[in-house]
Design a protein around this ligand. Structure first.
Ligand SMILES: [Zn+2]
Ligand SMILES: [Zn+2]
Length: 265
């Protein structure tokens, strides 16, 4: 039996960290509970872990279609995912199934403005195409918690070098839209990423670089300067995934970015 490290991060909200370093979240509402992402634990199920924390009917929100976020979607009947993920290269999407035949077409499409109602609280969606074309963030309105998947990174920089990522110039506009969207909602939400352990793996700020509104503002400044050629990254030490293009690393303020210099404009 695999080990899951579960911590309570709010009233009825749990962060589950799996052995592979992926984080997913359980949010209990009055009428149902929402799970955000699934982690990836091959050969096992995550439902027994979730059922220790809630008995409510469950719905799943996927922040994006990467294997470490959707591997266990087949344990859920109702799954929300942005259908812009179908813009990903077909072979990439298939490799992200992790050997399963996942029913991505059977998911319910979500984008900015989508709301999932839990009775006494709502989860509101904002699209942030970048890391993938269909990346979204999910805001728990009542508890003021923002779940960001891999949309802005989780401590060792946002991975924009991955195949299928949006060019940086487009990502910049989507980050600016996200900042505006968050400010309109008070701007004081706490951020929870898709790999919560990585806050301890920053290259820039040793030991601790949690996601925050401040980091998002720095990320906008960073991406803008990279797009304008005012910042040029240095060779990155992250492993290449399915792609032999060069990968560069750049930072500004609290923000960190891995990117492909051929995919800026
Ligand atoms: Zn990802
Ligand atoms: Zn991930």
């Amino acid at each position: 039996m695999a080990n899951f490290n579960v911590s309570r991060i709010g009233d009825g909200v749990y962060c589950v960290l799996d052995e592979g370093g992926a984080s997913f979240y359980i949010l209990e509402g009055r009428d149902k509970a929402v799970v955000i992402d699934t982690g990836v634990t091959p050969g096992e199920k995550i439902m027994p872990v979730i059922r220790k924390y809630t008995q409510k009917p469950l719905e799943l929100i996927l922040t994006h279609a990467h294997v470490d976020h959707m591997h266990h979607m087949d344990e859920f009947e109702t799954v929300y995912m942005s259908h812009r993920e179908f813009e990903l290269p077909k072979d990439m999407l298939e490799s992200m199934m992790g050997g399963k035949n996942l029913d991505l077409a059977g998911t319910i499409d979500i984008s900015t403005g989508s709301v999932i109602d839990m009775g006494d609280d709502q989860i509101e969606i904002c699209s942030v195409p970048g890391h993938t074309p269909g990346s979204i963030v999910a805001l728990d309105r009542g508890r003021d918690l923002l779940f960001t998947g891999d949309a802005i990174g989780s401590g060792c920089g946002v991975w924009m070098q991955v195949p299928g990522a949006v060019p940086l110039a487009g990502y910049l506009q989507n980050l600016i839209s996200l900042e505006k969207w968050l400010v309109e909602r008070g701007g004081r939400m706490k951020f929870w990423g898709g790999h919560s352990f990585q806050r301890f793996q920053s290259t820039l700020i040793l030991n601790y670089n949690p996601l925050s509104m401040g980091l998002l503002c720095d990320l906008i400044d960073l991406v803008e300067q990279v797009v304008k050629g005012q910042i040029v990254g240095r060779p990155s030490n992250v492993d290449k995934i399915m792609d032999l293009s060069p990968i560069l690393y750049a930072s500004y303020g609290r923000a960190e970015l891995q990117y492909n210099p051929e995919r800026i404009g």
